[in-house]
Design a protein around this ligand. Structure first.
Ligand code: CA
Length: 229
């Protein structure tokens, strides 16, 4: 089940609603954390144990919009806001403030459960996308799209230049020998020139270092190459 191992944090001062939500979520297979005021809710959200937060707006201590604002400084955890029917402006403010979704009270529990599933799914998909990105400073390599850019501008690389850069970025801060690079970039059965890696490094430097005034790839004399953060 999707809900396996996912923890939902409920921040709601109306204990009846909180208890109802808790039972429904547990029934669906989620683990549940609860807070009765904004201060505790924010602390628990920042504690990192929850995968998604259901956040009421009208809360004691710190209201829901302020909880959201403070959370977003350091976390992209999915948040679904709960609003009363007459809090239209709060809905807008919540979405502007980085809420993923909102529900108006009273709500149908099936709809809230559906929105929770959707928000968790979207979040997981985004996290997967980010795994296809390698970065170093302003340099970004999108492996899925086979694109490299520096500060937003595209850089055209040949297949082997791309592969060499990829290996170096995947092993950031580690010195990699020419032999290892040769095997990874050209294949273990490569029989051509042994200085080919030096040649590709030179090409990469002419497309990156020379154009953007940086020193991306360091030469470690007698050993190999390295990209440092
Ligand atoms: Ca409330």
């Amino acid at each position: 089940m999707d809900s396996m191992n996912k923890t939902i944090l409920i921040v709601e001062d109306e204990e009846k609603i909180g208890r109802f939500l808790e039972l429904e979520l547990i029934h669906e297979g989620y683990s549940v954390l609860k807070a009765l005021n904004g201060r505790d809710g924010l602390e628990m959200a920042l504690g990192g144990k929850a995968d998604l937060m259901v956040l009421d707006i009208m809360l004691p201590e710190i209201n829901g919009l302020e909880v959201l604002r403070r959370l977003r400084k350091s976390s992209d955890m999915p948040v679904i806001m709960l609003t009363a029917r007459d809090e239209v402006m709060d809905k807008v403010a919540g979405l502007d403030g980085g809420a993923d979704d909102y529900m108006t009270k009273p709500f149908a529990i099936e709809e809230l459960l559906a929105r929770i599933r959707l928000a968790l799914k979207k979040h997981t998909a985004n996290a997967k996308d980010n795994k296809n990105l390698l970065t170093c400073g302003a340099l970004t390599m999108d492996i899925a799209r086979y694109e490299v850019s520096y500060d937003g501008s595209r850089i055209e690389l040949t297949h082997r230049e791309f592969e060499l850069l990829r290996v170096l970025l995947e092993n950031k801060n580690i010195v990699i020998s020419r032999d290892t690079l040769l095997e990874k970039v050209c294949g273990y059965d490569y029989m051509g020139e042994t200085n080919i890696i030096d040649v590709y490094v030179r090409y990469l430097r002419s497309k990156l270092d020379d154009v953007y005034g940086i020193r991306l790839i360091s030469t470690v004399r007698g050993v190999g190459y390295c990209i440092k953060d």
